[in-house]
Ligand binder design. Structure first.
Ligand code: PRX
Length: 631
């Protein structure tokens, strides 16, 4: 891999080359992958036309690059180290050869149920090896995977299944997380009973928890029954560079979740390139990303990125606080993890449990630490550095999004100078710009503005599944010719970037994106709620918490708060439950009926001064009432 950056000087050169001659830069990098057919052009299309294409004309299969390619050089290297929830249960290890065989068998199993190129397959599973295997099996066949995080409710699952018209759902009987069992099959049954899911023909159930489940004749099949007769060879489907690899749903500021659509070749190059350069994982290292495969981090940095690089990826089934708050560190010492990648919310939660849980571990195998998903605050950064990294491990604060496919702004481990809480510098191929309120680019170096990216990069989202107009409006219209991230950002005198958080109506709760409109819609489903307004507020552990203001009818009972929580759990899932629910008589609205969220956000944060211009409020007295009742 001669494209691995090895010094700051090298970074500067490569950054310039990628900026000035992107075709040559990315064309050279792409040559180190296996293709059935080479591309006609490296880059084509444009943001202006909402048509970004990379490696057009090329044909490939990403699993050939994740698996087959390594069979020639390192068939017996561990590809996957799987650590079960229960510490007394033994880890599972799969070599590249074994993983290849499992992926082929699984692809053959999907094929036996009629799955073919272009079909959508929903994976609603807990963190079992079969999830990672199913992702790759879909890619082997050219079927589009849509992984739905196991914390979403039946209703949320049904909406995602319907949106992509999935024909197959793969699930587990139950997911093991700490001392809880998440009844995934039961939730799947509830979803499939809804009219939205008429498209589903088959369900495969992988047995993990051993809990009782019901199996519907003709529709439901046990994984272990079907797998018995499957062959360990499965020819990879020939995919065009811009064929869709996967869809992953994420929340926006309005409307229902968006199916973010990524394509094959560009995503592959970006996943491999960013993994290699940001983490600098070497041959004998052991890399562990603690995310769930239900989120983009688990797609790019548990599954595709590490395997494309021939690394060993660690997958953990459980939670950081069970059996106790030392579980992560116990795993690090036991397996000698060298690279550890987690979210600030986990760091803050563990920090809050007391240093005794971390200080008793050696953690001397660690070389690199990573952070992702939300801004990391100063205190958490230093705790991570001192107690986990023992002040000898660089922390890569990686900024990116579901839409970006992979990391865009981050230090490169051991290469870039670190600055706490700063994502620092863009990767080669990424051209960040800060825009002001008037839609102009801010040219000063030291500045704050809305973060946009000029020029497409290979791993960029191509569209929203089934709704290209929405795609254009959401990302490409606010600042014509650029991709708008939805994030606010500061740039310092050295040109280092610091992400300050969302500037739209998206809340980042424990690193999970939740749209305020979605939570409001869910709350509104309660028959006694007349109106709801949801905002984020600063939360010590979660980064942001969810604050809901609700207007209720005279018929509402004393239990309304609890009922609202249940309603949100039903329509979205427990991850979207408000932390605080304040019953109010009115909401601050403008004469045109728009809720002034700015005021609600301030009150939720207990900032009672400087509400700005309130002269357009229809009834300014509601503000005082809300202030008085703040929680
Ligand atoms: O606000 C940014 C925040 O997470 C958002 C993207 O969320 P999602 O698509 O769920 O992907 C999360 C994993 C990549 C961004 O718009 N975010 C992500 N990483 C950081 C961050 N905020 C600050 N610093 C980060 N390192």
């Amino acid at each position: 891999m001669d494209w691995r950056i090895n010094s700051m000087e090298d970074y500067n050169q490569k950054y310039e080359k990628a900026l000035n001659n992107p075709d040559a830069y990315w064309g050279d990098i792409a040559k180190s992958f296996d293709w059935f057919k080479e591309w006609n052009s490296v880059r084509s299309g444009s943001i202006q036309d909402a048509d970004m294409r990379w490696f057009d004309g090329a044909q490939l299969n990403i699993t050939v690059n994740c698996l087959d390619r390594h069979l020639k050089t390192q068939p017996n290297k561990e590809a996957l180290l799987y650590i079960p929830n229960d510490p007394s249960e033994e880890a599972t290890r799969l070599t590249y050869k074994e993983l290849h065989a499992e992926v082929c068998k699984t692809a053959n199993m999907f094929k036996s149920l009629g799955v073919k190129k272009g079909d959508r397959v929903c994976l609603y599973m807990s963190m079992v090896p079969e999830l990672l295997i199913s992702v790759l099996a879909c890619a082997r066949l050219g079927a589009i995977h849509s992984v739905v995080f196991g914390g979403f409710s039946a209703q949320a699952l049904a909406g995602r299944i319907e949106d992509a018209s999935c024909t197959l759902v793969v699930t587990n009987d139950g997911g093991l997380r700490g001392n809880k069992t998440i009844e995934l099959k039961k939730i799947t049954d509830d979803a499939l009973a809804m009219k939205e899911c008429a498209c589903v023909k088959n369900v495969i159930v992988h047995k993990r928890a051993g809990n009782e489940v019901s199996m519907k004749e003709g529709r439901d099949h046990w994984w272990h029954d079907l797998m018995k007769d499957m062959d360990t060879q499965c020819d990879p489907e020939v995919m065009e560079a811009e064929d869709t690899l996967f869809v992953l749903y994420t929340s926006g500021s309005t409307g229902k979740p968006k199916g973010i659509q990524h394509t094959t070749a560009g995503y592959m190059v970006w996943a491999a390139y960013t993994f290699a350069n940001v983490f600098q994982v070497n041959k004998d290292d052991l890399y562990w990303c603690t995310a769930d495969i239900g989120w983009i981090t688990g797609h790019t940095y548990i599954t595709y990125g590490p395997l494309l690089n021939g690394a060993t990826t660690v997958m953990f089934e459980g939670v950081p606080t069970w059996p106790d708050a030392g579980r992560f560190w116990d795993i690090v010492d036991q397996y000698k993890i060298t690279h550890f990648y987690t979210a600030p919310t986990a760091i803050r939660a563990l920090m809050g449990c007391g240093n005794e849980f971390v200080d008793k571990y050696k953690l001397d195998s660690l070389k690199v630490l990573g952070s992702v998903g939300e801004p990391i605050n100063e205190e958490a950064w230093h705790w991570y550095d001192e107690h986990v990294g023992k002040k000898k491990c660089p922390i890569v604060d990686t900024w990116w999004q579901t839409e970006t496919g992979g990391i865009l702004i981050s230090p490169l481990a051991g290469i870039t100078k670190l600055k706490p809480c700063h994502a620092t510098l863009p990767l080669p191929g990424v051209h960040p710009v800060l825009m002001n309120e008037k839609g102009e680019e801010i040219m000063e170096r030291e500045a704050e503005g809305n973060l946009c990216i000029r020029n497409p990069w290979p791993g960029m989202v191509r569209t929203i599944y089934g709704d290209h107009e929405r795609f254009k409006n959401t990302y490409l219209s606010a600042y014509p010719g650029m991709y708008f991230t939805g994030d606010g950002c500061k740039r310092d005198a050295e040109g280092f970037y610091r992400i300050t958080g969302r500037v739209d109506d998206v809340i980042n709760v424990s690193g999970h994106r939740i749209g305020t409109a979605e939570v409001e819609d869910a709350i509104d489903q309660h028959p006694e709620v007349i109106e709801a307004a949801v905002v984020g507020f600063p939360h010590d552990i979660k980064g942001q918490g969810i604050y809901a203001y609700i207007i209720i009818s005279a018929n509402a009972g004393d239990n309304i708060q609890k009922e609202v929580l249940d309603t949100v759990t039903k329509f979205i899932g427990p991850i979207a439950k408000p932390d605080k629910i304040q019953v109010v008589k009115g909401l601050p609205k403008t004469r045109s009926g728009k809720i002034m969220r700015r005021i609600l956000r301030k009150i939720a944060a207990h900032e009672f001064e400087n509400f700005g211009d309130t002269s357009t409020l229809l009834d300014p007295s509601v503000v005082d009432e809300i202030k008085e009742g703040v929680l």
